[in-house]
Design a protein around this ligand. Structure first.
Ligand SMILES: *[C@@H]1O[C@H](CO)[C@@H](O)[C@H](O)[C@H]1NC(C)=O
Ligand SMILES: *[C@@H]1O[C@H](CO)[C@@H](O)[C@H](O)[C@H]1NC(C)=O
Ligand SMILES: *[C@@H]1O[C@H](CO)[C@@H](O)[C@H](O)[C@H]1NC(C)=O
Ligand SMILES: *[C@@H]1O[C@H](CO)[C@@H](O)[C@H](O)[C@H]1NC(C)=O
Ligand SMILES: *[C@@H]1O[C@H](CO)[C@@H](O)[C@H](O)[C@H]1NC(C)=O
Ligand SMILES: *[C@@H]1O[C@H](CO)[C@@H](O)[C@H](O)[C@H]1NC(C)=O
Ligand SMILES: *[C@@H]1O[C@H](CO)[C@@H](O)[C@H](O)[C@H]1NC(C)=O
Length: 633
């Protein structure tokens, strides 16, 4: 069917073999290359942090005090422990839903009972936990998604669905716990919000992030009510299988890999077939997503049964053109999994030579054992389950699709945040790159030397390591004052991560889109929120934009300032205008938002009072990326 590369090359992300991986206190302990590879995976997981926080937040309906500590920035309080003594005199309730009345609608498959709520004066009809696939349990575990069957009677659609079952170990590593005890394998649901009386309105579908391993739509962060009300669109959020359940790959018809992407494609098919019952236009569908969600969207554009089921795409902080090692590990992980559960013994043959008997064995394995095996696997490698290439779902690396490839999206909006890497740095080295204080690291010259040493230690030539160090330092090291300023230094290190994981992969994807004549708009999100829970040095980091698009500054005005509310409003208007027309609005900005070109990566800066075009943000970022790509080849 398709040819899979069978190199047994050890994954460089496995260099680090102790459990404290990612929490070392000294940058010197890791080689820079494994560090970078490890953290471009890690970066996606940031969704979990927010997930965690907002998971509590969602449970506000049940435990209101925990949320307040979150908004005050007592982030540690919210990790794992809900501090019940932490009540105070704030006299409003967050995340509250004002249900006006219930309503029943008929779809092609059966009737659903949802509700109408008031959102800042707009009535929004809301349907939660709408099933789009048969529960992937028992005989359907690890299989491609099956469509949901017709039902009789009225299905209740008034409660958020269970999050998909996900690795607790991965959550703890970062270090968070999902407190929602209701995670389940039965999780193929979507949520829909539409302004009442909608007819043939444009539809925006959110694919959540979280490293393909964690995350859920049952969190306040992804509540679509404000985007629907303020942007006048139909908003849909979808869930998909995660971790081993979504991305185990046996290279077989029975376990084809990328089941999580098949789930997403099934959701898109459901939306295409049914959204008109909710007032949506099936011929005006825009996907948007952040991090792993954004990467998924990139794959759907190039390779998906759902390729033709959406007209536009918005990719926020995530490109499917990461360093290719990210997507090629199906075989090694599958072998390890099958060994752990006793279905396979490593010999001369690889698991893909004859997977069928092994799959028979996997099918006999009880859920608990599979779940435990996943936790064991993630101890060596925090993010082992990613989309795999080449596979049935994705035959080629995106870079290998050539100009005869057909894609159906004529317009794309793509972008990143000012300092994406800062969050990675903090999560990786929390004692040096502390969340609140000034980073506690050494002077720039010492750092330059240690980068060279790290590179040489990990097998790079000295000249390569020096080149890397020079890229990191970026030539402005003559300014003594800057050299000794720990914030300047921290930003430079953060840039290293940003460039390799976000900026360059975004530029490469844009070039690919432009070669296929897809008009592409680029943004740089640079609005530092009043409500930011991160230290000043972290500026505007990974995942900071999503709350603005989902309209939190408008929903919770007391926690934000005028600038935040303005930027949120502008972003909602822009995103939804793009969803309707494929163009950028003329208003709101200090100058016209021009599409980007291969030669000039023109972007709109999204920042209060300074909505201007810029050019070639970090335009040297691909030098470093290419250096690493060469090294890995
Ligand atoms: C978990 O499920 C139980 C039973 O279905 C339900 O009563 C409870 O509210 C759910 N909890 C959350 C946090 O969704
Ligand atoms: C919905 O709008 C599209 C244009 O995007 C139009 O072609 C179509 O006929 C409309 N459908 C209905 C049911 O009004
Ligand atoms: C494995 O391969 C080696 C060398 O090709 C061969 O000598 C040996 O018999 C093989 N073992 C099995 C179990 O096939
Ligand atoms: C483009 O890719 C297709 C499919 O892989 C291949 O058949 C074709 O020869 C390629 N065209 C060029 C110009 O490389
Ligand atoms: C893109 O547009 C140019 C100019 O109109 C045309 O020559 C080229 O064939 C188009 N490429 C694709 C992949 O459609
Ligand atoms: C945002 O602020 C600018 C300048 O202060 C103003 O012109 C614009 O109307 C505001 N936009 C929104 C949507 O509030
Ligand atoms: C980067 O962009 C700046 C500003 O547009 C430009 O002056 C410079 O030549 C560019 N550098 C490279 C390497 O493209």
């Amino acid at each position: 069917m398709f040819q899979r590369k069978r190199n047994g090359k050890k994954c460089p992300t496995n260099h680090c073999d102790d459990n404290d991986c990612g929490n070392n206190n000294d940058v010197n302990n890791s080689s820079i290359s494994s560090l970078i590879l490890r953290y471009f995976l890690l970066i996606l997981i940031v969704g979990v942090i927010v997930y965690q926080a907002f998971n509590n937040y969602h449970v506000i309906t049940y435990v209101s005090h925990s949320v307040k500590s979150f908004f005050r920035g007592d982030f540690d309080n919210i990790i794992g422990i809900v501090n019940n003594d932490d009540d105070d005199d704030q006299n409003y309730v967050l995340g509250e839903t004002q249900i006006l009345r219930h309503m029943v609608i008929r779809t092609r498959l059966g009737r659903l009972r949802g509700f109408v709520q008031n959102v800042n004066g707009v009535e929004v009809q809301t349907f939660l936990s709408v099933p789009f696939g048969q529960p992937p349990i028992d005989k359907l575990r690890f299989r491609r998604t099956r469509p949901i069957r017709k039902w009789t009677g009225i299905k209740d659609a008034t409660e958020f669905p269970s999050p998909c079952i996900q690795s607790e170990y991965t959550q703890r590593l970062f270090p968070v716990h999902i407190i929602n005890q209701n995670v389940s394998e039965d999780c193929l649901y979507l949520n829909i919000w539409s302004p009442i009386g909608s007819r043939n309105k444009s539809v925006m579908v959110l694919i959540h992030g979280g490293l393909f391993t964690i995350g859920s739509i049952s969190v306040d962060e992804y509540d679509g009510r404000m985007l629907a009300a303020h942007g006048d669109v139909v908003v849909v959020t979808i869930q998909y299988r995660l971790g081993i359940f979504g991305f185990l790959d046996l290279d077989s018809d029975r376990i084809p890999g990328n089941m999580g992407l098949f789930d997403q494609a099934m959701a898109l098919k459901w939306i295409h077939d049914n959204i008109r019952y909710f007032g949506g236009n099936p011929n005006s569908i825009t996907l948007f997503g952040t991090s792993a969600g954004s990467i998924s969207i990139g794959f759907h554009m190039f390779a998906s049964p759902a390729q033709r089921l959406f007209q536009r795409a918005i990719l926020q902080s995530g490109s499917p053109m990461l360093l290719k090692d990210a997507f090629t590990r199906g075989e090694i992980v599958a072998e390890k999994f099958a060994e752990i559960i006793g279905c396979y013994e490593k010999g001369n043959e690889t698991i893909y030579d004859d997977p069928e008997p092994i799959i028979d064995c996997i099918d006999q394995t009880p859920f608990e054992q599979i779940y435990k095996a996943q936790d064991e696997i993630v101890r060596d490698n925090p993010v082992p389950f990613m989309p795999t290439i080449p596979s049935e779902y994705i035959q080629n690396l995106i870079g290998d699709y050539n100009e005869s490839t057909k894609i159906w999206q004529k317009q794309v909006l793509m972008g990143f945040n000012l300092n994406e890497g800062a969050l990675m740095l903090h999560l990786s080295y929390p004692k040096i790159y502390t969340r609140h204080d000034v980073p506690k690291h050494r002077h720039l010259q010492q750092v330059r030397q240690s980068v060279v040493t790290m590179g040489v230690d990990s097998g790079l030539k000295e000249s390569t390591s020096t080149a890397m160090a020079n890229l990191l330092i970026r030539g402005d090291d003559h300014d003594q004052e800057e050299n000794n300023n720990p914030i300047v230094w921290a930003r430079k290190v953060a840039d290293l991560f940003s460039d390799v994981m976000f900026v360059c992969p975004t530029y490469q994807f844009i070039d690919k889109l432009l070669s296929l004549n897809t008009t592409t708009y680029l943004y740089l999100f640079a609005q530092r929120s009043k409500n930011s829970k991160w230290g000043e040095w972290m500026q505007v980091t990974h995942h900071d934009e999503i709350n603005f698009i989902m309209g939190h500054p408008l929903r919770y005005p007391l926690f934000y300032n005028d600038d935040d509310r303005n930027v949120s409003s502008v972003m909602i208007k822009t995103w939804t205008h793009f969803a309707r027309t494929g163009e950028m609005p003329e208003t709101y900005f200090n100058e016209k938002w021009q599409p980007t070109t291969m030669e000039q990566k023109k972007f709109m800066q999204l920042k209060a009072g300074n909505m201007r075009m810029g050019n070639n943000f970090h335009n040297e970022s691909c030098d470093l990326y290419n250096l690493l790509a060469d090294y890995l080849n």
